[in-house]
Design a protein around this ligand. Structure first.
Ligand SMILES: Cc1cc2nc3c(=O)[nH]c(=O)nc-3n(C[C@H](O)[C@H](O)[C@H](O)COP(=O)(O)OP(=O)(O)OC[C@H]3O[C@@H](n4cnc5c(N)ncnc54)[C@H](O)[C@@H]3O)c2cc1C
Ligand SMILES: C=Cc1c2[nH]c(c1C)Cc1[nH]c(c(CCC(=O)O)c1C)Cc1[nH]c(c(C)c1CCC(=O)O)Cc1[nH]c(c(C)c1C=C)C2
Length: 475
């Protein structure tokens, strides 16, 4: 039937191609990636001595329909033997910290954490949770995460816990981010049950049906909280790429930046630096702004909506220390914006994934993440900031927050420009308008990837699957 062009070879574009090439209806899939490698933000450094460092995602959640879906794909790709699971009982699942008033505080968990007053909070969380049931349902069709949580659970939780959480997932500002788009389960719990507590107990709405394959079943039996892969998460896009190459129906092009796309009588004409291609359908897995810059002027309303999706830049500093230098064990710590705007958090990578340490000898690997929505205020223009300055700021934080005074034996600074889209209030309406425009104009175009329906690796893979199924008419 069809030639499909997939724009962007990040995990979203690769996932869409993987699902497409399983169907005999698709004769050809063309993947166009501007950079010299596939995988986008899934990017792992594998040092020759065996150590692995992640510059993007490091842990993927197995839970829920989208988590199961990714594990089914991992199984199908034959990557099951490379999985590094971390269970809920592991110390890195139990201990997550916030750095407040120049001290590390373990985030309360379990029943005792709910019942007691646990600093930096001034009252037991159970009080907030119990009174939450009585709070009236909001009337707005969307709200900032900070306003939603302040209204339902109190300002202290919003200022500390939720402010930090939004920095640890979106590198973003909870006063601007949309609760409806960033945390749909919370929004739906209020809409359907009138309360988050009741929503948790009774469920907050229907989820997509995804059967559990053997690996997903194993993740439930063994209570996995997150997982990685023995050679780093980049093994996932590498393995999909190999699968696509073997299929014989997929053309994979690196260093193939899309410059322009224009609707034609039979679909699309795609202009690259060194030629022109045609396709019946386009799946765009490009960041929203990149897509906006290749669309024709006739798509002006869509161009504007795409440009309205902001992104943030994160400085990722990987550090390796000789010896076992941590006095705390856990996943890592986050800082609320009131503590330090520019320093988002520190991941204690060696704790969840010691398998990624250099095998010969004891080392500690940490990742410091900085900037996000506060990059400009904290560091100035991303193009002007030096690696030395970012490294100095990161090692200073490790020293003052964790008491590690020795210098790292190895480090890598990566400036991840415009890496996380920000779903500001009203995001759902903008995405709805984009899809309505595409439908009204009968454009054979699907929008997938982190700009629209969720930023996690699982969400992005699932968006690729949904687009492939909609195109093939299997949903
Ligand atoms: C530092 C960091 C930590 C993260 N941690 C986690 C985590 O722990 N868990 C988790 O689940 N998620 C995490 N994420 C989020 C997740 O990694 C991303 O949301 C996801 O990888 C985005 O995938 P994508 O395919 O949508 O986009 P991208 O990876 O951005 O892919 C888009 C691709 O399009 C290409 N491109 C751009 N313009 C053009 C053009 N004109 N022509 C052709 N190609 C083009 C780009 O080169 C890129 O390869 C993290 C992200 C970052 C940055
Ligand atoms: C300090 C900055 C960041 C850290 N991780 C990210 C940033 C910006 C990016 C990120 N982390 C997660 C996701 C996916 C979300 C999902 O739905 O799966 C993304 C895009 C996972 C995550 N990290 C933290 C939480 C609470 C989550 C959600 C899933 C889960 O509960 O596991 C917390 C956290 N992130 C960072 C640190 C230091 C930290 C907590 C101590 C780093």
């Amino acid at each position: 039937m069809t030639t499909v062009a997939v724009l962007g070879g990040g995990i979203g574009g690769l996932a869409a191609s993987y699902y497409l090439c399983k169907s005999p209806q698709v004769t050809k899939v063309i993947v166009l990636e501007s950079s010299s490698r596939f995988g986008g933000w899934l990017w792992s450094t594998r040092r020759s001595d065996g150590a692995v460092f992640e510059h993007g995602p490091r842990g993927i959640r197995p839970a829920g329909a989208v988590g199961r879906n990714t594990l089914n794909m991992v199984d199908d790709l034959g990557l099951g033997g490379e999985i590094l699971p971390v269970t809920y009982s592991h110390v890195s699942s139990k201990n997550r910290y916030v750095y407040v008033n120049r001290e590390l505080h373990r985030m309360p968990s379990g029943i005792s954490g709910l019942l007691r007053t646990v600093p930096p909070f001034s009252r037991p969380l159970l009080l907030s949770v119990a009174t939450e049931i009585l709070v009236k349902k909001g009337k707005e069709d969307d709200e900032s995460i900070h306003s939603f949580v302040s209204r339902r659970l109190g300002k202290e939780l919003a200022d500390i816990a939720v402010d930090s959480l939004c920095r640890g997932v979106y590198a973003g500002d909870c006063r601007k981010l949309s609760v409806r788009s960033c945390f749909p389960a919370l929004f739906n719990a209020e809409q359907r049950r009138g309360s988050l507590t009741l929503g948790m107990l009774l469920g907050s709405g229907p989820a997509p049906v995804v059967p559990s394959g053997p690996l997903a079943q194993r993740s439930v039996e063994e209570s996995w909280a997150q997982w990685s892969l023995s050679r780093g998460v980049e093994s996932l896009p590498e393995s999909i790429t190999e699968y696509l190459q073997r299929s014989g129906r997929v053309q994979l092009h690196r260093e193939a930046a899309v410059q322009r796309i224009s609707p034609s009588a039979s679909g699309w004409t795609i202009t690259l630096e060194d030629g022109v291609m045609s396709a019946d359908h386009i799946i765009s897995a490009l960041p929203a702004k990149a897509l906006s810059s290749v669309l024709p002027a006739s798509c002006q309303p869509l161009i504007q909506l795409l440009q309205d999706i902001a992104t943030v830049t994160v400085a990722v500093v990987n550090l390796e220390y000789e010896g076992s230098v941590l006095s705390v064990e856990g996943f890592g710590h986050l800082l609320p914006s009131s503590e330090d705007q520019g320093l988002l958090g520190v991941v204690y990578d060696s704790v969840p994934f010691p398998q990624h340490n250099r095998p010969d000898g004891q080392t500690t690997r940490l990742t410091v993440m900085m900037g996000g929505a506060w990059f400009q205020e904290a560091f100035g223009a991303p193009e002007a900031v030096t690696e030395e300055r970012l490294l100095a700021r990161a090692t200073e934080a490790v020293s003052s927050h964790l008491g590690v005074t020795t210098a790292p034996s190895w480090s890598r600074v990566t400036l991840q420009r415009d890496c996380i889209p920000q779903y500001y209030q009203g995001h759902y309406r903008r995405v709805e308008s984009m899809r309505s425009f595409i439908k009204e104009k009968s454009l054979s175009l699907s929008l997938i990837g982190s700009s629209y329906d969720g930023v996690s690796v699982n969400d992005v893979i699932f968006s690729g699957r949904t687009a492939a199924e909609e195109l093939l008419g299997t949903v």
